[in-house]
Structures are given as structure tokens and as C-alpha cells.
Design a protein around this ligand. Sequence first.
Ligand code: SF4
Length: 76
Amino acid sequence: MPQRFHNNGRGLNIKVDIDTCTACQLCYDRLPQVFVDRGDGIPLVILRTTVDEVYQELIKVSEDCPSGSIILSWTE
Ligand code: SF4
């Protein structure tokens, strides 16, 4: 079952599919303000800044995730 995380500053949901994540470390190496290693290589989402501050890089990291495990969606 994928974990789901919500960051409501802009109604942005950040979901990491832990079933497909390969623990490659890319997301928390590039965006430590958003992702942290939970201890086994799988990222937890802990937004330490505003969505606006990281928005462009978050899009790129989501696109660059080798397994497509970072899924961004927007709420109303
Ligand atoms: S970039 Fe993707 S595959 Fe790599 S650790 Fe992050 S979520 Fe997992």
C-alpha cells in the first residue's frame, strides 16, 4: 500500500509509492527540504519550507525519479 503525504500550503499532495521506490537516494540528495531517508533508503516527506520555495525543483525531482515513484497531485 503506497504511503500518502499531504502538504496543504498550495493544496499539493506528494505521494511516494514505496512499493516501486528503489531507494536510489536521488530525491533526498537533491531536495533535503522535502525528503528525508526514513532509515532504510525509502524517503519520508517532511516539508521544511514552503511549497513555493521548492516547487520547480520538486517537479524536476518527480520527473527524474528513476522509478516514477514520486507522484504529485493538486487538490481543489
Ligand atoms: S528518487 Fe524515487 S526511487 Fe529514488 S529514493 Fe526517491 S522516491 Fe525512491
